[in-house]
Ligand binder design. Structure first.
Ligand code: IYR
Length: 229
């Protein structure tokens, strides 16, 4: 009987407790969220003004709510505020970027970066009050030293990092997603275990008064979405 089928409860499942709203407030809420997120820009100019670590804790906790393959949550976030650690990361990143800019100069990638007005100098790495190093777990180490797999870790950590920068933006903080290439030095500097690899550095702090951003826009909805009817 369909009625009793519908009532069937599977072992281990619990009632969904997320917010439910009608479509009228859904339109307003989604537009408000669109307006908030449309204001997010990558910032490269941060004053040293400190950030309440309570804000960072809430934002990393928000990142931890992201969906992940088999709910393995294959991520770890190292929150860096120590000035010496930041200086070391800056020094190594600038060495890496000098090579990067020399190699790509004149090539397609170099041309694509011109509108962003970036160069090898990375002052924000020592000036911004907080760097969040995001690590991806390729596998989990289980008791006794065995390995347990994670699933779709790149997709999962990408989702979590998206949640993170969205949360930081809503808290009034500026962010910069930064990926020095190669990034392996972060594992050494931050003494991370072998089952993790660095995924991204999220630089964050209050946007400087007068902070400037590139004059670039986002694609229109019509360009990024196809509706089937
Ligand atoms: N990592 C370099 C270059 C760079 C690459 C991309 I793709 C960007 O979107 C921006 C910069 C740097 O940070 O300068």
């Amino acid at each position: 009987m369909i009625g009793s089928m519908a009532k069937k409860r599977w072992d281990g499942l619990i009632p969904y407790s997320g917010t439910r709203t009608d479509s009228e407030s859904g339109i307003m809420d989604s537009k408000r969220y669109l307006d908030i997120m449309s204001g997010r820009r990558t910032i490269r100019d941060f004053p040293t003004r400190p950030v309440d670590i309570g804000i960072i804790r809430n934002c990393v906790a928000t990142a931890g709510q992201a969906p992940s393959g088999a709910n393995k949550q294959p991520w770890h976030f190292v929150v860096i505020t120590n000035p010496e650690t930041k200086r070391r990361i800056r020094r190594e990143s600038e060495n890496i970027e000098k090579r990067f800019y020399q190699q790509v100069a004149g090539k397609r990638w170099g041309d694509d970066l011109k509108p962003l007005a970036t160069n090898w100098e990375k002052p924000f790495l020592s000036e911004a009050p907080v760097l969040i190093a995001v690590f991806l777990r390729k596998f989990e180490v289980i008791a006794g030293g065995g390995k347990a797999p994670t699933y779709y870790p790149s997709e999962s950590v990408g989702l979590a990092t998206g949640f993170l920068i969205s949360a930081l933006h809503q808290a009034g903080l500026g962010t910069l997603t930064y990926t020095p290439n190669p990034m392996g030095f972060l594992s050494d500097f931050l003494e991370r275990p072998d089952n993790e690899r660095p995924y991204m550095l999220v630089v964050c702090g209050y946007p400087a008064d007068g902070a400037m951003v590139p004059d670039i826009g986002k694609k229109k909805l019509e360009e990024i979405m196809t509706l089937d009817s």
